[in-house]
Write a protein that binds this ligand. Structure first.
Ligand code: SF4
Ligand code: SF4
Length: 417
């Protein structure tokens, strides 16, 4: 590994220049994670080949409506690899049709997966990876130590409830996932993992990040949930954990080769409304399709992602996108949806939001009401982040290496979702 190879969050492939198109191939998963925002996971809604094909035909035959330079074909669930046979067929068809149509995406596409990792080693998944090796990104979700992972990431009960909804069991999934990490890293050495933190996970943050580093995972993308789950005092506990983590990363020299997205030089500054008014979230510029053939601005607006609101559908595979329903998403920016306290906030940069959660948490059926449930957590993160960079730069100055460090640093801005 190069010294300073990873200094801040890695940008995603063709970030900002690609269209993200998501197939919700199944709403089933082997697990029933306790924090999962997918409240309506079920064993019934699996995408058919006819639905997938009709959708692909619609998108590729309307090239004028999809002018982005590149495309990320994203497959999610539930657990996408439960439907590896269908995915393989869809990807073969996509390649064939992009070629036949001389589509501008033929030379600039990726297949992307976020998986729980349980089926990763199977011959079906492995032969799919071999076939598409140059065009794949795969992230396996592992939450940290066995204790932390198994706190939330549990197997589902063998049978669904009367409505077909899956229920959590007591059986953790850490061992079933960790056994596939070496194979995954041998195939995707620069891959990162996603970790989600809610209230009960706070005491385990430091040991979990260090554990993931020790498994050989160089990029740990970690974030707190957007939902309003926080208890009194969580922000102080969070700050303390992050400062301990900062000490461990800097004193242990991990910062040279490993990254944790909690620490970024680009967060915690005030934002100029004239210049920094972009929407954090990509809803509307993305497109998702589910098993029923309905289209969404992001998967977060499908019914299985929503606790208290109705699905927000913007079209279907037969009639295409209804521009009138899509338009509100394209007008969203920071100012139009933020309360005054956020516009005046001195640490606003990096304080994220999720349009789907905003919609779900809002008093009315609006997407223009930003949820600020993470407010105290973001402020705690900013304080710990300042501690991290002050400590790191002090150390580098003492060692006479600050200049070398800054020269090698890439200017990576926080990404929008
Ligand atoms: S939610 Fe809180 S921390 Fe985030 S921008 Fe608004 S006021 Fe600032
Ligand atoms: S922030 Fe939420 S709504 Fe926006 S693109 Fe991401 S998941 Fe979708």
């Amino acid at each position: 590994m190069d010294l300073y190879k990873i200094k801040d969050n890695e940008p995603a492939w063709q970030s900002g220049m690609s269209k993200n198109i998501t197939f919700i191939v199944t709403k089933d998963c082997q697990l029933a994670c306790k924090y999962c925002y997918l409240v309506g996971k079920n064993v019934k809604e699996r995408m058919s080949w006819e639905t997938a094909k009709t959708f692909v035909d619609y998108v590729l035959e309307h090239e004028d409506e999809f002018r982005e330079e590149s495309v990320v074909w994203d497959f999610i669930g539930g657990e996408p690899f439960l439907e590896i046979e269908l995915i393989d067929k869809i990807c073969d068809y996509l390649k064939l049709r992009m070629f036949e149509l001389n589509h501008h995406w033929f030379n600039s596409y990726r297949f992307s997966f976020s998986t729980n990792g349980i089926n990763y080693h199977t011959s079906e998944v492995q032969s799919f990876i071999k076939k598409n090796r140059e065009h794949i990104s795969i992230g396996i979700t592992i939450d940290g130590t066995e204790k932390k992972h198994d706190l939330n990431r549990v197997w589902k009960q063998p049978t669904a409830d009367a409505n077909g909804l899956t229920q959590p069991s007591e059986r953790g999934s850490y061992k079933d996932v960790v056994k596939n990490i070496p194979l995954w890293l041998s195939q995707f050495p620069d891959a990162g993992t996603k970790v989600t933190i809610s209230s009960a996970d706070i005491p385990y943050i430091k040991e979990s990040v260090l554990h993931l580093y020790s498994l050989g995972i160089h990029q740990v993308n970690i974030n707190v949930v957007f939902e309003d789950v926080w208890q009194e005092g969580d922000d102080a506990r969070f700050e303390e954990q992050l400062m301990e983590l900062a000490d461990a990363i800097i004193d242990g020299g991990w910062y040279q080769d490993y990254a944790c997205s909690f620490f970024s030089e680009h967060i915690g500054k005030s934002l100029d409304p004239e210049r920094d008014n972009q929407n954090w979230c990509g809803a509307g510029r993305m497109l998702s399709v589910d098993a029923a053939g309905n289209l969404y601005p992001c998967t977060r607006f499908a019914q299985y992602s929503l606790r208290s609101k109705k699905a927000l559908i913007i079209g279907n595979i037969k009639d295409g996108i209804n521009e009138n329903l899509l338009r509100p998403f394209l007008t969203l920016d920071r100012i139009t949806q933020s309360p005054q306290k956020c516009l005046d906030c001195e640490v606003a940069s990096g304080c994220a939001w999720c349009q789907g959660e905003n919609y779900d948490a809002a008093q009315t059926n609006t997407i223009y009401e930003r949820s600020t449930a993470i407010c105290l957590m973001h402020k705690a993160r900013v304080r710990a982040n300042n501690y991290y960079w002050n400590k790191l730069y002090r150390k580098l100055e003492l060692e006479g290496r600050r200049e070398e460090f800054e020269k090698n640093e890439r200017d990576v801005k926080p990404e929008i979702c």
